[in-house]
Design a protein around this ligand. Sequence first.
Ligand code: IPE
Ligand code: MG
Length: 233
Amino acid sequence: MDGNGRWARQRHLPRVAGHRVGARVVRRVVEECARRGVGHLTLFAFSSENWRRPADEVSVLMELFVRALRDEELRLQEHDVRLSVIGERGALPARLQDAIARVEARTADCRGLHLHVAANYGGQWDIVQAARSLAAAAACGALAPDAIDEAGFAARLALGSAPPVDLLIRTGGELRISNFLLWHLAYAELYFTDTLWPDFDIASLDQALAWYAGRERRFGRTGEQVQAGAAGA
Ligand code: IPE
Ligand code: MG
């Protein structure tokens, strides 16, 4: 979700004004994805590198997150949305950790959209923490190194049993992954748009989904094989 700061600057507003509008866009996009039957949506809210921003911008982002959790708690439940936060949450402000724990517990039984919010998340951190947990299991004899495979590795990543990413949408015009879900993006379709996040509306979501629907996903096979499979199915 990139482009909040530039959106605000274009309007001669402080950057945080862009974050406030961006938070409203999050609500609309989440509700729309839930309505359309999307299984999993992961939002990159705050990266492990975002701590490098000015302290007052960081604290506004944390405050917005706390407030969004408080305001949306009921609506998430009503829309049957399950919330999980991925990332190193121990470094987040205590108030935010409490709010996260409360909403996660409250929505744990929701079975519609599973919304994952990446907060203090980095794709490299995720891979390292999975490796560390496998190494610990191997060191105490609970796991044979030869038994480590892709599925077992993936299960230890922060997204756990969530399926691989089908579609990545990056707003704001940059052509980068920026340490997002590195493992899960292995076969994702990558959609980059110049639209700034505060301007990303339902029509923008439609455009991204229509683009995705037109992609041929081969997963290493040939186009002929995929088409024959689709005809036979
Ligand atoms: C939102 O956009 C990203 C976060 C909430 C961390 P930016 O704040 O990165 O916006 P730009 O890139 O400065 O426009
Ligand atoms: Mg940015």
